[in-house]
Ligand binder design. Structure first.
Ligand code: TYM
Length: 335
């Protein structure tokens, strides 16, 4: 039976380029789950519209993100990889769920508060209802698990609340209650120049993030100039040495070594030594990804073909859920 494996779903919003934070907090886990689960990974282009986008750039970025997913090692044969806007059911389910979601719940979302501070001139309703669209993304595929970074925890809780609202109104058992899957380590990679905030692909200061397709020279420069403190002894202390703790976390995830062991290796050495080695490790990890990405971007027809195949597979599951939701809510379903 097709459905014996549990279903995983996750996505990333099409802004900037994927960062080391996305890789460590999310995609690295996605890759390791692809054999065990029935995985749906999509690029969230509708979510990107909540901030002003240049149409040409958005289109190019959709291809770029798709290529980045593939370059990261997501196998289009093992996974269903697709573009959100290609499946119109996302928007339809989102509307139905919007009508079940109290404004008060959306008002509490910290990401909405942060984003409305950042985009004061464009606080649109989409920015406010963004988490409902995210819930629709997940529930449409009846996902069991959603691998995300720590910053999406609140949105995941809201998604679970929305399932409860649906159950309370229409009866239980129609929509699966999903769970967040948040890695133990690296679930929150911090900005390189300001370790009090998360590394974000939409950061205005490029020095705050390493993009997964940065050149080796850029990577070296960004890691070496990462903000640390004025002490010299390498120890892991998130409170007193947040910048260093961030670098150690990245080191640990990429090298698959426990932090203690890394700290021991740098006994008697300076922060600079650690930064040089970490920069080499990041380059070594990301170089093959960038090379594969560049190859893929030279063949848009191939990417378009894969997008189409992904959409065909995704649509099948999305339709089944939407049909069930239409029937449950009293709407007349038509293909
Ligand atoms: P996005 O595009 O901001 O991030 C994609 C994934 O990367 C994780 N992440 C991080 N993890 C660790 N450290 C960081 N600094 C860091 N920055 C980002 C995010 O937690 C996320 O898992 N709303 C989502 C996209 C989305 C989605 C969905 C995700 C839309 N619908 C349905 C899951 C399920 C977003 O903007 O992620």
């Amino acid at each position: 039976m097709a459905d014996q494996k549990k279903v995983i779903l996750s996505g990333s919003t099409v802004t900037g380029d994927l960062t080391l934070g996305n890789y460590i907090g999310a995609m690295n886990n996605w890759k390791s789950l692809q054999e065990q689960y029935n995985c749906y990974y999509f690029i969230a282009d509708l979510h990107a519209l909540t901030v002003a986008q240049d149409p040409k750039q958005l289109k190019e970025r959709c291809f770029s993100f798709f290529a980045q997913y593939l370059a990261l090692g997501l196998d289009p044969k093992e996974n269903t990889i697709f573009v959100q806007s290609h499946i119109h059911e996302h928007a339809e389910l989102s509307w139905i769920l919007t009508c079940l979601t109290p404004m008060g719940y959306l008002n509490r979302m910290t990401q909405f508060k942060e984003k409305s501070q950042k985009h004061v001139k464009n606080i649109n309703a989409g920015l406010f209802t963004y988490p409902v669209l995210m819930a629709a993304d997940i529930l449409l595929y009846q996902a069991d698990l959603v691998p995300v970074g720590e910053d999406q925890r609140q949105h995941m809780e809201l998604c679970r609340d929305i399932v409860t609202f649906f159950d309370n109104r229409y009866g239980e058992g129609k929509i699966k209650m999903p769970e967040a899957y948040i890695g133990k380590q690296g679930a929150r990679v911090m900005a390189l120049q300001d370790p009090s905030k998360k590394m974000s692909k939409s950061d205005d200061n490029e020095k705050n993030f390493v993009s997964i397709i940065d050149t080796p020279k850029k990577i070296q420069k960004k890691i070496k100039s990462a903000q640390t403190d004025s002490d010299t002894v390498v120890t892991f202390d998130k409170e007193a040495k947040p910048g260093l703790a961030n670098l150690l976390t990245i080191y640990s995830v990429l090298s698959e070594q426990p932090i203690d062991k890394i700290v021991a290796q740098y006994e008697g050495k300076m922060y600079g030594h650690l930064k040089v080695d970490l920069a080499d490790l990041v380059v070594e990890t990301l170089n093959p990804i960038r090379e594969k990405y560049e190859d893929l971007m030279n063949d848009k027809a191939y990417l378009e073909d894969l997008m189409e195949q992904g959409a065909i597979k995704a649509r099948e599951r999305a339709r089944d859920t939407l049909k069930l939701v239409y029937e449950t809510t009293g709407l007349i379903y038509r293909r």
